[in-house]
Design a protein around this ligand. Structure first.
Ligand code: ACO
Length: 277
């Protein structure tokens, strides 16, 4: 197993994604050939997430070794993730990271920047060059649900409980989860799930398209491993080009999509057989 390339330069600052730093934040990151695994690793606090978690996720994305094609996101202990660290709601907040109270007092531009930085921890999981798989068991609440939604695929254990808790707490989901949720389950079901903050369990998750596969808890790691192997069996560049096409499909007209298919294909053929640039 190898660590991420570390340290990285980002915004002029040296970014540390060493195992020790990640451990302090409650994360593990391992690379085994073409597969990278991110583990939320604060099981005693049900893998609750902080700004430091999201910033570290972004740094992992920035320093992802080039050979990686599949990224698995999983949680240690009984829950995938119980969402944002509830200390954020207290006046003291999370030591060194502030609270929602302090965030509310930021000017709009600074607040927007803070949110965007947090969202960077989630956004890179959609890159065309990789396929991300959330291996979800137990509770996936709020930020935990949104992290699972950031991944391309969700393979879930039969004890899974998704919940978009934010509206119940007076917040909106703002960690990139609303778009994939609507795309996966449709607007009406997304409204139902978010505005009731109810739990979505395994059978329903499978039925409404939130999960690709449900397995018994003990079989989750093997099911994810098998899916990763299947994904690695296709051509790397063709897979990335195909994912780009699929990601753009909904926002293009049929004519535009046909043109995009042609443009990608000519690149593939020229890469295979040579030809005009
Ligand atoms: N933030 C901080 N600590 C947490 C969180 C959290 N989100 N969730 C659980 N913990 C801590 C508990 O305080 C407890 O700590 P302690 O042992 O020091 O008392 C420990 O994790 C275990 O929690 P339990 O509640 O005892 O675990 P249980 O398995 O019974 O329940 C569950 C798990 C359902 C996830 C429950 O902990 C829970 O509801 N957590 C809060 C969920 C939540 O509201 N998240 C915010 C969503 S909104 C957003 O993410 C933006």
């Amino acid at each position: 197993m190898a660590e991420a390339k570390a340290p990285q330069q980002r915004g002029g600052q040296t970014e540390d994604v060493s195992a020790e730093t990640l451990a302090e934040i409650g994360l593990r990151f391992e690379v085994d050939g073409e597969i990278a695994t991110i583990t939320l690793d604060r099981p005693d606090k049900r893998n609750a997430q902080t700004f430091a978690t999201w910033s570290a996720l972004a740094r992992i994305g920035d320093s992802l070794p080039e050979q990686v094609r599949v990224v698995v996101v999983q949680g240690e202990g009984p829950s995938f993730s119980a969402g944002i660290d509830l200390r954020m709601f207290t006046p003291e907040g999370v030591p060194g990271q502030g609270s929602f109270g302090s965030a509310a007092r930021l000017d709009s531009a600074s607040f927007e920047q803070r949110i965007q930085e947090a969202q960077q921890g989630f956004r890179w999981l959609r890159r065309p060059e990789i396929v991300s798989i959330a291996a979800v068991h137990g509770h996936a609440i709020g930020a935990g649900f949104q992290l699972a939604l950031s991944c391309d695929l969700r393979i879930v254990a039969d004890d899974v409980k998704f919940c978009m808790k934010e509206p119940a707490l007076g917040l909106v989901p703002d960690l990139t989860g609303t778009k994939p949720l609507v795309e996966l389950v449709g607007l009406a079901k997304a409204i139902d799930i978010c505005l009731t903050a109810r739990f979505v369990e395994a059978d329903e998750a499978m039925r409404i398209g939130l999960a690709e596969r449900v397995v018994a808890g003990g079989d989750l790691a093997k099911a994810v491993q098998d899916k990763a192997a299947e994904l690695l069996s296709t051509n790397r560049d063709a897979a990335a080009a195909t994912k780009r096409l699929l990601q753009g499909a909904q926002s293009r007209t049929l004519e535009e999509q046909c043109a995009a298919e042609g443009a990608e294909q000519i690149k593939r053929l020229r890469a295979m057989f040579g030809g005009a640039a």
